[in-house]
Design a binder for this molecule. Structure first.
Ligand code: AMP
Ligand code: GLY
Length: 334
């Protein structure tokens, strides 16, 4: 099979690494990729948001399966456009990816499906959480314990210039769960824990994720069964009721509260840097797995995980998640 990975981050490098191990793979391509991916795949200088060039590229290369990493092209409808041209793609269409693109829409579907989530608050009072509605690369959320933090959060949300809402602050252990969906079946991967604050000791502003490990002791089999019953299954039924055929990754960010697991957000893609830890533990053939999601045959596969643990540490340029210098060479990997 000829596979095209769309994206240029660590997540896409991990996907390329796992895809390259598949005996089913004949050619691996990436758009635009990065220097790490270039050691495994042919990279094409087309940005992941450039739908008008990506679709013909997939055609010219005779791609059998496109794997989309980031959320923005999914929300913009890349998967729909590719499917429309007869190219198989791992990732949800725009109507399904809206669960990530619009927090307000996601809340509506959760409420209708009875999925436990943070209550929306009509009046902003600390403690609470302020959330911008659209995509903000993990930086559109302000967790406010004090009035001063709330004032700052509201000012920052207003400055983004998009709608926002205020919700209950959930307390507990935070875990990321990933489920591969084929429209009717959701297969959960073992949970990973992501550390989102920039500083050591979980301090400072939120980022896209500074490090992950898997497995995590916080989501055992009993808790996972509860998540399946209260979150994944009602969610898929809710999607079906809305006419959404959900194929790809469903990634709920969960808070394990005293009242049980609650969803903080839904994402429509693989996590970064969660994918990096998962894919070193997955023993299945990733091409076969993603293909089963596309074909609607996930129910026939059994996922196999190595018992080993995996850790990913993110190194960021000084200043992140604010402004930071780009283009610095990475050395010393050997
Ligand atoms: P989100 O983009 O919605 O996942 O939010 C980013 C981060 O903000 C999450 O990973 C949590 O650490 C935090 N967060 C979001 N919503 C809540 C909430 N309702 N209660 C507590 N923390 C939250
Ligand atoms: N690691 C957080 C995310 O991918 O959204």
């Amino acid at each position: 099979m000829k596979v095209l990975v769309v994206g240029s981050g660590g997540r896409e490098h991990a996907l390329a690494w796992a895809l390259a191990r598949s005996p089913r793979l004949s050619e691996l391509h990436a758009a635009p990729g990065n220097p790490g991916i270039a050691t495994l795949a042919s990279c094409h200088p087309v940005h992941s948001d450039d739908q008008a060039s990506l679709v013909p590229l997939a055609g010219e290369l005779g791609i059998d399966l496109v794997v989309v990493g980031p959320e923005a092209p999914l929300v913009a409808g890349l998967a729909d456009e590719l499917r429309h041209r007869g190219v198989a793609v791992f990732g949800p269409g725009a109507s399904a990816a809206r669960i990530e693109g619009s927090k307000a829409f996601s809340k509506e579907v959760m409420d209708a499906a009875g999925v436990p989530t943070a209550r929306s608050l009509a009046v902003a009072r600390p403690p609470c959480v302020v959330k911008a509605d659209g995509l903000a690369a993990g930086k559109g959320v302000w967790v406010c314990h004090t009035q001063a933090e709330l004032d700052m959060g509201l000012r920052a949300a207003e400055a983004l210039g998009q709608p926002f809402h205020v919700e209950e602050l959930l307390e507990g252990e935070e875990v990321s769960l990933f489920a591969i969906c084929d429209g009717t079946t959701a297969v959960a991967l073992p949970a990973a824990q992501d550390y989102k604050r920039i500083g050591d000791g979980d301090q400072g502003p939120n980022t896209g994720g500074m490090g992950t490990y898997s497995p995590t002791p916080f989501l055992n089999e009993t808790a996972l069964a509860e998540v399946r019953k209260k979150i994944l299954e009602p969610w898929l039924r809710g999607c079906a009721a809305e006419g959404i055929d959900y194929r790809g990754i469903l990634y709920p960010g969960l808070m394990l509260t005293q009242d049980g697991p609650k969803v903080m957000e839904f994402n429509a893609r693989f996590g970064d840097p969660e994918t990096q830890v998962y894919l070193t533990r997955l023993e299945n053939d990733l091409v076969e797995l993603l293909d089963a999601s596309v074909d609607g045959t996930l129910g026939r596969l059994e996922l196999k995980w190595s018992a080993t643990a995996s850790v990913c540490v993110v190194m960021a340029s000084a200043g992140y998640p604010g402004s930071y210098a780009k283009g610095k060479p990475i050395t010393g990997l050997d």
